[in-house]
Design a protein around this ligand. Structure first.
Ligand SMILES: C[S@@+](CC[C@H](N)C(=O)[O-])C[C@H]1O[C@@H](n2cnc3c(N)ncnc32)[C@H](O)[C@@H]1O
Length: 278
C-alpha cells in the first residue's frame, strides 16, 4: 500500500476509534485493558539488549524471501541491522503480544513468521509452559532465532519449524488438537493469508484468538483482515491498526467489531465524559 493510502487508512482508523471507556462488554473491557498494560521491563531486559546488538549488526545473511516480497528483485543477502529495524515487531508491539498471550492463557500457540525470534520469545515468556510452534522459511533466520531462544529459555523452548508455511502447516496441524492462539506475521498476500486462516480454522479451540499483523500494510492485507473478521460465528474483533485480533469465546453471544485507540489519543473520551457502548 502506498504511503499516502496508509495515511488515509490511519486517519479513518483514528476517526472510527473508540477508547476503552466506551466498551461495555466485560470480556472486551478486560481484554483491551490488558493490551495497553505496561508489563515491567525487567523480564525483557536480556531480549532487548540482544535487540540493541542486532540493530547495529553489519552481518549479512542470505535473503530468502518466501513471502509477499519474493517476486521483487531482492539482493542475495540482507544486513541483520536492516531486518532488526524494518521487519520485526518493535518493543511496544512485542509487549502487546505478551499481554494478549497472558490474557488468553493458551496451552498451544502457533506463529507464522519467526524471523529473528523476538515475537516468539515474548509469547513464550508470557506463557512459559505453553507449547509454542513457530514456522520460518529462511533457515538462516530460523537458526538465529533458535540460538537466541537457547539463551533466553533454560528448558522449555519455542519449537521452530523450517520451511514454507504452505508445506509445513499440512504436516503440523494434524499433530495439534486445539490451537488457542495464532499469530500470523508473514507472507502478506490475501490469497496466502486467507488460505492459512482456512487451514487453521478446524483446529481452533472454542476459546481462541487470532492475531493478524500489518493489516493495513497493503490492500491485500486489509482484504485478508476483512476475511478474518467474517470467520466463524459469535466473536469479537479488535482493530488496533498495526494488528487485528479476532477472539472466539464461549461467553460471546453476539459478534462485535471494535476499533480501539489508546485513551490518550482521544482524551475527551475518558472516564466520566464517556458514554459506554451497550
Ligand atoms: C515480518 S517477519 C516476522 C517477524 C516476527 N514475527 C517478529 O515480530 O519478531 C516475517 C517472516 O516470515 C517469513 N516468511 C514469509 N513468507 C513465508 C512463507 N511463505 N513461508 C515461511 N516463512 C515465510 C519471512 O522469512 C520473515 O522472516
Amino acid at each position: 500500500m502506498k504511503f499516502t493510502s496508509q495515511i488515509i487508512q490511519y486517519v479513518r482508523y483514528y476517526l472510527r476509534g473508540e477508547t476503552i471507556y466506551r466498551i461495555h462488554s466485560p470480556i472486551g473491557f478486560s481484554l483491551i485493558e490488558s493490551i495497553f498494560r505496561r508489563p515491567g521491563n525487567s523480564k525483557f531486559s536480556d531480549l532487548e539488549s540482544m535487540r540493541q546488538e542486532l540493530l547495529i549488526s553489519k552481518e549479512e545473511i542470505a535473503n530468502i524471501d518466501l513471502g509477499a516480497g519474493k517476486s521483487k528483485r531482492n539482493s542475495a543477502t540482507v544486513r541483520v541491522e536492516r531486518l532488526a529495524k524494518t521487519s520485526i515487531s518493535n518493543i511496544s508491539q512485542c509487549q502487546q503480544l505478551y499481554n494478549l498471550c497472558q490474557w488468553q492463557d493458551p496451552r498451544t500457540v502457533l506463529e507464522l513468521g519467526t524471523s529473528l525470534g523476538f515475537s516468539s520469545s515474548y509469547l513464550q515468556l508470557a506463557q512459559p509452559n505453553a507449547r509454542l510452534l513457530t514456522i520460518e522459511g529462511n533457515p538462516h533466520l530460523a537458526d538465529r532465532a533458535e540460538s537466541m531462544h537457547r539463551k533466553i529459555f533454560k528448558d522449555h523452548l519455542p519449537e521452530i519449524y523450517r520451511g514454507d508455511f504452505s508445506e509445513v502447516l499440512p504436516q503440523l496441524l494434524p499433530t495439534i488438537d486445539n490451537l488457542d492462539l495464532v499469530f500470523i506475521d508473514g507472507n502478506h498476500t490475501f490469497e496466502a493469508t486467507s488460505h492459512y486462516l482456512e487451514s487453521i480454522k478446524p483446529v481452533l479451540s472454542v476459546k481462541s484468538m487470532l492475531i493478524l499483523h500489518d493489516i493495513y500494510w497493503s490492500t491485500e492485507m486489509t482484504k485478508a483482515w476483512e476475511f478474518a473478521k467474517q470467520m466463524g460465528s459469535n466473536k469479537m474483533t479488535i482493530d488496533l491498526f498495526h494488528m487485528g485480533i479476532v477472539l472466539f469465546h464461549p461467553d460471546i453471544y453476539k459478534t462485535e467489531h471494535l476499533t480501539i485507540v489508546p485513551y490518550w489519543m482521544k482524551p475527551w473520551k475518558i472516564g466520566l465524559f464517556a458514554r459506554s457502548v451497550h
